[in-house]
Ligand binder design. Structure first.
Ligand code: FAD
Length: 345
């Protein structure tokens, strides 16, 4: 296995809170790394309301969720924070030397002097296909919201779902110049798909040419032999079942947040929120801080603005914890040390 990644600070969650935490740690001269279950940064802003406007970020009268993420990314660029995406943190355990050992679903291990939990409403993970046989499949033949469609080339593929991502995948598998599956099926419980009008028109063309076959129904069972996908059993609107031979199953049932293993990390919780001291954002464990939507303290508001404040307080507290003395308060306007960190003159 890979050697553990050593870092002064590990930030769990790359939503707005985690991103700004990286910035504030950077200003304190503390090297941090980011982990997120999603394949991209942005948390709820990206995943739940990317194209909707936000009106209450100080100094930005209006911006979309995606625009805020883009601006935060730009702001933390000078910090060059390594990212470990598409993996969920599973375990956080104390080490004999006072550091923390953190393990992820991708098998990455970290050894961190401080940990910042910015887990929001939980790790965004794909909804699993819960039918008999699905759990026995070779993971290469059942992919959830895959980032690329390389595996589809030359195979009989079923895209399962009705949202924009599912439609995009079906088009990507079937279109000339795309991945060119041998056969592309798109199955959804209704013959209605939510996607941009242009995509729906393209899907319609592909249906008419026979490049995509739309099936209205639901998967009831996955048939496999020694982990190899053979077929799915599906049910139509009248309740009749049919087999569909297949080589690859791409599942798009949505991505939703799950609190997951966080409740097992031995930290004080109140109604599934981490209890913190609002002066330092310290949790009940030394060196572990928590910020953003995941925390609870008297008067806590689940707003991005409040998460930014918490990130700042936590960075100051962690600097004191790591160096044993209170850090100076310096202004980004005038401090030569901060200018050097930010790469500005
Ligand atoms: P999140 O944004 O939830 O990010 C947490 C990240 O942590 C996620 O990416 C998740 O995948 C990751 N994660 C969690 N656990 C793990 C783990 N174990 N391993 C790896 N990764 C993990 N707030 C405002 O201030 N103004 C608004 O106008 C506003 N509008 C909103 C509109 C909507 C529709 C919604 C849903 C929320 C809105 N909010 C708004 C609230 C705001 O989005 C949240 O307060 C903010 O996203 C919290 O940021 P966060 O970084 O704490 O958590």
């Amino acid at each position: 296995s890979q050697p553990a990644v050593e870092t002064d600070a590990l930030i769990i969650g790359a939503g707005p809170a985690g991103l700004f935490q990286a910035f504030q740690l950077g200003l304190q001269g503390i090297a941090a790394q980011l982990v997120d279950a999603l394949p991209h940064a942005g948390g709820q802003c990206y995943q739940l309301y990317g194209h909707k406007p936000i009106y209450d970020i100080p100094g930005i009268p209006v911006c979309s969720g995606l625009e805020l993420v883009r601006r935060l990314e730009q702001q933390i660029a000078p910090m060059q924070v390594p990212r470990h995406l598409g993996q969920q943190v599973q375990s956080v355990e104390p080490m004999a030397d006072g550091r923390w050992q953190i393990g992820t679903t991708a098998g990455t291990w970290f050894q961190a002097r401080t940990v910042f939990i910015a887990a929001g409403v939980g790790a965004f993970v794909p909804k699993a296909l819960k039918v008999p046989g699905a759990e026995l499949l070779d993971p290469e033949q059942l992919l959830y919201h895959p980032q690329h469609l390389d595996g589809a080339a030359g195979r009989e593929v079923l895209v399962y779902g009705g949202d924009e991502e599912a439609v995009t995948a079906a088009i990507g598998c079937a279109v000339e110049g795309g991945m060119r599956a041998r056969k592309t099926y798109l199955m959804h419980r209704r013959d209605a798909f939510s996607a941009e009008p242009g995509q729906l028109a393209q899907l319609q063309q592909l249906r008419e040419s026979g490049a995509v076959e739309v099936i209205t129904g639901q998967i009831t069972e996955v048939r496999q032999q020694d982990g190899r996908l053979q077929a799915v059993q599906w049910m139509d609107g009248e309740g009749n079942e049919h087999p569909l031979p297949l080589e690859l199953l791409l599942v798009y049932l949505g991505i939703s947040p799950r609190l997951g293993p966080l409740t097992d990390w031995g930290l004080a919780l109140e109604r599934k929120q981490l209890l913190v001291d609002p002066a330092t954002l310290a949790t009940s464990a030394p060196g572990i801080y928590a910020i953003g939507d995941i925390v609870s303290y008297p008067g806590k508001k689940r707003l991005i603005l409040c998460a930014f404040h918490e990130a700042t307080m936590a960075a100051f507290a962690a600097a004191e914890y790591l160096q044993g003395s209170k850090p100076l308060l310096e202004y980004t306007t005038t401090s030569a040390r901060l200018h050097a960190i930010l790469g500005v003159e």
